[in-house]
Design a binder for this molecule. Structure first.
Ligand SMILES: C[S@@+](CC[C@H](N)C(=O)[O-])C[C@H]1O[C@@H](n2cnc3c(N)ncnc32)[C@H](O)[C@@H]1O
Length: 213
């Protein structure tokens, strides 16, 4: 299942112009535990005041509040996304909260190149939507300073009884979120970094992969 950047652009144009509906879709994806799971994903970065963190495929900026808590106003978030509309919504979100320490960058994560190294990289529900995700993971690790942390939250199809709905779930998320569940995000990160940890939540439908460079 190979989805293109064109598909990403078209899909997220819609969600970016209707961020309220994107927020509702997140409630379904996280089965109502979004706050807790986003908090855990951010915690895994062990950020400190003044740190710089890359929010890769940041979308409408739903991680910002969790990251701001750790880095404070002396730190910096680099918010990177391919969709102009998602990024525009993220900018509005930041302005509404008065966060002035966020740099917004538009581009393909597979071509990511930052001027300076960052202390942490977070990506939530992002890597599974990036067409050239292997390159994006390698570029994300390249952007990380030695000793920096990476935390990736992503989703899997349900197992057990819920499996009967998998074809429908896969079809909906593929078409409406550019989600490709066949990506081996854990395997690829394990081939790049030593000591990669994986924790599962919501019956295995959400997982958080974290590691130190
Ligand atoms: C499901 S959304 C997740 C957004 C956000 N991280 C969150 O947790 O709500 C997936 C995001 O990945 C972005 N994306 C997809 N392909 C990308 C690429 N090649 N480079 C950068 N961002 C990409 C989309 O534009 C979209 O904003």
């Amino acid at each position: 299942m190979k989805l293109s950047l064109k598909h990403v652009q078209a899909t997220y144009r819609l969600w970016g112009t209707h961020p309220f509906f994107y927020k509702l879709a997140c409630i379904i994806t996280f089965l109502g535990r979004e706050n807790k799971l986003r908090r855990i994903a951010a915690e895994k970065l062990y950020l400190r005041k003044g740190d710089t963190v890359l929010d890769l495929a940041c979308g409408t900026g739903l991680n910002f509040s969790y990251l701001e808590k750790y880095i404070g106003n002396t730190g910096k978030i680099i918010a990177f996304d391919y969709s102009e509309e998602m990024l525009c919504s993220a900018r509005k979100n930041a302005a509404e909260h008065g966060w002035k320490n966020i740099e917004f960058l538009l581009g393909d994560a597979a071509e990511l190149h930052l001027k300076n190294k960052v202390d942490g990289v977070e990506s939530t529900l992002g890597i599974s939507a990036i067409p050239r995700y292997k390159e994006a993971l390698q570029k994300a690790v390249n952007a990380l300073a030695d000793g920096g942390r990476i935390s990736i939250l992503d989703a899997s199809l349900p197992s057990g009884l819920w499996k009967i709905f998998n074809p429908l779930i896969a079809w909906i998320y593929k078409n409406f979120a550019s989600w490709d569940y066949t990506k081996d995000i854990r395997g690829v990160l394990k081939s790049i970094l030593p000591r990669v940890s994986v924790e599962e939540f919501n019956g295995g439908t959400i997982y958080i992969i974290h590691a130190t460079k």
